[in-house]
Design a protein around this ligand. Structure first.
Ligand code: HEM
Length: 269
């Protein structure tokens, strides 16, 4: 005789329907374990979920304190996502040629639904990202979070900072208006005056002796494909390193309190 465990019936009414759904195969195939009400089932809920596994199973209390990180890394990431979404949208209405670039931008502002909104969101998010990434860099520096074992992630961070600036610079030329044309002419002339390799570097950036179609297509390709892809990959490595380095660094007070608690055999404070 097969052994059957007595289970509570699904009941009737809306709760009954909900219970029946919860006991059905479809629900159980998606949600593998029941309500997580123990340390073990809470850990399993995180580890077994594709969406949740990006979070660590245990979070140290100090890393939830907003005044330690100010959320600057996450804000920078959200801005990167906004820039990617609005940037792809802008690509539908922009042709990177010197005949089309400027009229396309004008048309975007006046003749495309939500054009001005999308363009402004892209521009503002770009300015904000330069600020938030820089502030994040300062936070990491002033909390000493670049020290062992996070040196490698600091180096990845420096690359992210450089790419943020180069993305900003390459995007600046794309409207092909007076401001962007002269800004890029002046800055590449400055590069051209560098000793030893200045002339070659300027030629590499512009693809010609002065800013023209060659420069526009170079800046465009860097701005919409190469740099965003490299940045997305580096952000992935950056987040992975934060997890591998044992989560966020701790403020000095938290580290000493944790050490004391560990020595006393207690849970972390
Ligand atoms: C696209 C730019 C960047 C993004 C999206 C990003 C994202 C993040 C996030 C989400 C964290 C987790 C904690 C937090 O929010 O502060 C973090 C931590 C960290 N970031 Fe960044 N970051 C960027 C640029 C940088 C830069 C420019 C540096 C330094 C040069 C840097 C170095 C670090 C380090 C060392 C940590 C570990 C901090 C700790 O353990 O306290 N990151 N980053």
């Amino acid at each position: 005789m097969s052994e059957t465990k007595p289970t509570a019936g699904p009941g009737s009414g809306p709760m009954g329907i909900l219970n029946r759904i919860r006991q059905g195969n479809i629900w159980k195939s998606i949600f593998r374990q029941g309500y997580p009400n123990s340390d073990e089932s809470r850990a399993l809920a995180i580890v077994n979920s594709f969406f949740l596994h990006i979070h660590p199973v245990r979070v140290k209390r100090h890393s939830l304190k907003i005044s330690y990180t100010w959320g600057l890394g996450i804000i920078s990431f959200i801005l990167f996502v906004i820039l990617t979404v609005t940037g792809v949208w802008l690509m539908f209405f922009y042709v990177p040629s010197i005949e089309r670039a400027y009229p396309d931008m004008v048309n975007l502002e006046t003749g495309v639904t939500f054009g001005m909104l999308m363009r402004s969101m892209h521009r503002w998010a770009a300015h904000l990202m330069v600020i938030t990434v820089f502030l994040h860099l300062c936070r990491v520096f002033f909390t000493g979070a670049y020290k062992k074992p996070r040196e490698f992630n600091w180096v990845i961070g420096v690359l992210l900072w450089v790419i943020t600036l180069v993305l900003s610079f390459t995007g600046y030329l794309l409207p092909w208006d007076q401001l962007s044309y002269w800004a890029v002419s002046v800055s590449t002339n400055i590069v051209g005056s560098f000793p030893v390799f200045g002339t070659q570097l300027r030629l590499l950036m512009l693809g010609a002796s002065e800013a023209g179609p060659e420069a526009l297509i170079r800046f465009y390709t860097l701005h919409v494909i190469l740099l965003p892809l490299v940045m997305a990959a580096l952000i992935g490595v950056h987040f992975w390193r934060v997890r591998k380095d044992g989560g966020l660094s701790a403020p000095a007070e938290a580290t000493s309190a944790e050490a004391k608690a560990e020595a006393a055999g207690n849970e972390q404070p």
